[in-house]
Write a protein that binds this ligand. Sequence first.
Ligand SMILES: Nc1ncnc2c1ncn2[C@@H]1O[C@H](COP(=O)(O)OP(=O)(O)OP(=O)(O)O)[C@@H](O)[C@H]1O
Ligand SMILES: [Mg+2]
Length: 351
Amino acid sequence: MQITLKNFTKSFDGNVVIDRMNLEIRDGEMLALLGPSGCGKSTTLLAISGIHRVNGGQILFGDRDVSNLPSQKRNVGVVFQNYALYPHMNAYENIAFPLQVRGQSKTEIEKAVGQIAALTHIEPYMSRRPGQLSGGQQQRVALARALVRRPDVLLLDEPLANLDAKLRLEMRSEIRRIQQETGITAILVTHDQVEAMSMSDRIAIMDQGEIMQISTPDDMYRNPVNRFIAGFMGNPPIVMVDGRVEGTAFETTSGFRLPLPGRLGGLKHGRPISIGIRPEHFGSTGAHTVAGTISFVEPQGRESHFDVRVGEGVVLRSIQPSRRDVAVGQPVEWPIDIESTLVFDEQGKTL
Ligand SMILES: Nc1ncnc2c1ncn2[C@@H]1O[C@H](COP(=O)(O)OP(=O)(O)OP(=O)(O)O)[C@@H](O)[C@H]1O
Ligand SMILES: [Mg+2]
């Protein structure tokens, strides 16, 4: 089911939170709504689900305008961070509940619940109450309850936020598998860029009620339209260095200098710019080298993170396979992949 937001506007007590947002979610895709706390992700999701009324614009499911339809008539499945399972009902009863409300027969319900329990891998726990289930199992039950009515749209608001690190990893791929197996159109709200990148077909990145960029995870990582997005995508994050154009190079006030990427010929001399260097682009390959002193080493098992002080007030970060030949205080001269660096203008727009 394709979902379209046309000039969607939402305000609370006259305070505009979302101002004329346009967004299209393709049939069968998982779209991640990614952005910092308070940017309007949940507000957007709640409007799509019908829990919030819109103050302007339209929400379309396919070519049907659902803007004024109550939640029950939109056929959406919603999963929130806090599961919201009924504590006095066991898993089976929780999942069956939406079908009972609809007045379906016992046989129909048994069949539908059985199918969805198999899909979400919760068959062994059906007679347990939420209090007797782990966080991950509860989240599977919540997912099963959202899916059992065969909704046209699945809306997920930070569904993994309450899970510990290991379970979060497991549920990430589980939710993606279930979404792909059912082919359901889904929106995932998250402020975790790793979650957004690993689970979705496309990411819409939001800031202060506005969508700044929509793209595939890969493209958004490589070609962010501005500094905010470049900084949001990637962990450990990109390192930003402020300076100005010096001929065909970049230079900081302290004299740290790098050539500019070849694609950026003819930037005005003296123009203030920033350079963004991702940790994987320093220390591995590149014709240009940068000399500095190791200031920090963080072993991560397979790889290590290194901080290298390369000039007054300039510390570059590097990710490399773990190596024992470098320690804090040691001078190094490492290659940098200049063509992969990102350059931003004074307003933070990518050049
Ligand atoms: N019911 C409400 N009444 C008044 N203001 C609200 C209401 N719901 C949300 N807001 C405001 O709207 C803005 C967006 O909130 P929203 O919950 O959509 O953010 P979010 O992106 O989901 O953030 P988080 O990642 O923290 O969940 C915030 O400034 C919030 O204070
Ligand atoms: Mg929220």
